[in-house]
Ligand binder design. Structure first.
Ligand code: PMH
Length: 404
């Protein structure tokens, strides 16, 4: 298979479109909403919440983000390999035995145990420099330093060892997307108390996710970590009326009719034969199923065909599902599962509602079997098909290695 083919093509009638113009606009609006000296870290963990980490990273950086944040070291390495030179922070835990690669690639890590520092130091040589952010657990109860004693011990240890540089300190709010600020204010006070215990403040101090960035100016410090809002999604339904500017959804999901037929009244559709036509009905098949993250619970959910809502009928299969059509439609007709078509729109929030979950989960759950097409000015600019290439740049690297 030639290189261009592996990098730019896909061979099925289901795809996600990633609107990079919307992404750019959301980041720009966030940038303009906060003071110019507050740096934005674009949170691109989990393949940028399913949107595509490399393309999201470069677009966010071009729109004014200062750096990137991911959950795991692997995600950071993948971005460095893709050519990202901006600061990258790993928010989650990294094994101490893996710190050397982080130091070599100038990837900042999160620390919250003194024993971790002792082990990490053993992996580093004299000339190495590992940038660290201390995570404070002020009430999220997930990871982080809880006592000021631990905090001070970590600060002293880091300052005493030249392989480490204390670059940042941060915490994470549990309830920033709720309009009642009581718990957030307590977390904030706790964080401020912990900051006061430090001998000197590091370069980056950050606590805000999207929700806090959008609605709590007293939580900004000098950096924020923005994920969901950048993707055009509201952190919570409660916050919707409070948004300082409109967010534009970045991710949309599409398929095409691969089969249509007219069934007479009383015929059945899909596994379990649970759907029965009430009259003569046109039924279409689209090539997306639960293995793509289009879960079986989405039976009954509407999709948009020719600007009109129609329901998914019968059980969702692994790779396909059926929809009730308004009448005969040509094969190849576009079907929109998430996004706008004509006057109609199906939002991430509608799908999240149907699945009893939050919008964060929806783009994350659309698996990498679904290729992502990156749109700029309404035109496709690039396709990432993780099935045929484990990421565009690592594919280039694979090819390079094969050539060598
Ligand atoms: N910072 C940390 C430490 C996070 O875990 C997250 C999101 C963000 C910033 C960005 O939050 P936002 O998308 O609301 O802006 N983390 C998660 C999570 O662990 N589960 O859902 C979101």
């Amino acid at each position: 298979m030639n290189r261009v083919e592996t990098q730019t093509q896909f061979f099925r009638d289901t795809w996600a479109e990633i609107n990079l113009d919307h992404l750019y606009e959301n980041v720009k609006n966030i940038r303009d909403h906060i003071p110019g000296d507050v740096k934005v870290f674009a949170v691109v963990k989990a393949n940028a919440y399913g949107h595509g980490d490399v393309q999201t990273a470069f677009t966010a950086l071009s729109a004014g983000a200062h750096g990137l944040a991911v959950a795991f070291l692997d995600e950071a390495i993948s971005l460095r390999r893709a050519g990202v030179t901006a600061p990258i922070l790993v928010l989650g835990a990294t094994r101490p035995k893996d710190v050397k690669i982080a130091a070599d690639l100038d990837i900042s890590l999160t620390t919250f145990h003194q024993e971790w520092l002792v082990e990490a130091e053993n992996q580093l040589s004299e000339g190495d420099r590992l940038n660290l952010h201390i995570k404070c657990d002020t009430g999220m109860g997930r990871i982080g330093v809880r006592s000021t004693e631990e905090l001070m011990a970590i600060e002293q240890y880091v300052q005493a060892h030249s392989q480490f540089k204390l670059e940042g300190i941060f915490t994470h709010f549990a309830t920033a997307d709720e309009l009642n600020d009581d718990y957030l204010d307590r977390q904030l006070a706790r964080f401020e108390y912990m900051l006061n215990q430090l001998e000197s403040l590091p370069a980056y101090i950050h606590s805000s996710n999207s929700a806090a960035t959008l609605r709590k100016t007293n939580t900004l410090f000098n950096a924020v970590r923005v994920g969901i809002a950048m993707y055009g999604l509201t952190p919570s339904q409660e916050m919707k009326p409070e948004l300082p500017f409109p967010l534009k959804e970045v991710f949309s999901l599409h398929s095409r009719l691969i089969h249509t037929k007219e069934l007479s009244a009383g015929e059945k559709v899909s596994y379990g034969a649970t759907y029965e036509t009430g009259e003569a009905e046109w039924i279409g098949t689209i090539p997306i199923g639960y293995a793509d993250g289009w879960l079986r619970k989405l039976q009954g959910q509407d999709v948009i065909v020719n600007g009109e809502r129609v329901p998914i009928v019968g059980r969702v299969c692994m790779d396909q599902c059926m929809i009730r059509l308004p009448g005969f439609l040509d094969m190849g007709t576009r079907v929109t599962l998430i996004g706008h078509h004509g006057e109609e729109a199906i939002t991430m929030d509608e799908i999240a509602d149907k699945l009893d979950t939050i919008n964060y989960e929806i783009p994350c759950m659309i698996t990498t079997r679904v290729p992502r097409i990156y749109m700029r000015n309404g035109e496709p600019t690039e396709v990432s098909n993780k099935l045929l290439a484990t990421g565009i740049h690592s594919q280039q690297e694979n090819n390079r290695q094969l050539d060598e």
